[in-house]
Design a binder for this molecule. Sequence first.
Ligand SMILES: [Zn+2]
Length: 155
Amino acid sequence: MSDCVFCSIVSGQIPTTFLYEDEEIVAFRDINPRAPVHILIIPKKHIPSLAQTSEEDLALLGRMCLVVRQLAEKEGIRLGIFRPITLWPFPYEALGKIGERGKPILTVEMSLGQLVEDIRLSVLGKAPVHLLGHCGGVIPSEEEVFAEAKKILGK
Ligand SMILES: [Zn+2]
């Protein structure tokens, strides 16, 4: 799309230094950072919004999550990502094993705490569980997740 700033960045019309690039994804620093670390990770394919993704984008979206973690590690933030495949039955056992490590868990959800209570039940107080949630269909951004992770980790 010619009027899309992200497509202009991907095509090189807007010169940008990429922190990461593969055949489907690029990552770069925001020119107006709103957090100490503000990196944008975007698909090369024009996708207007998360609401306009489909089943065929699942692998791409999953790979973008991995790039988030890799870039966070490069910035000195060690993150793990747990994405449940199903919520019924709820993965209490798998999450319980993660809780055994005692490391902080950040629950990111598009609600004000529907999932976080089940995460707390899974870890049974063995790890602190934090919530980053929005309602009204607002998707938590990667800069919010970075900022919250840094706050929790005291960085
Ligand atoms: Zn675009």
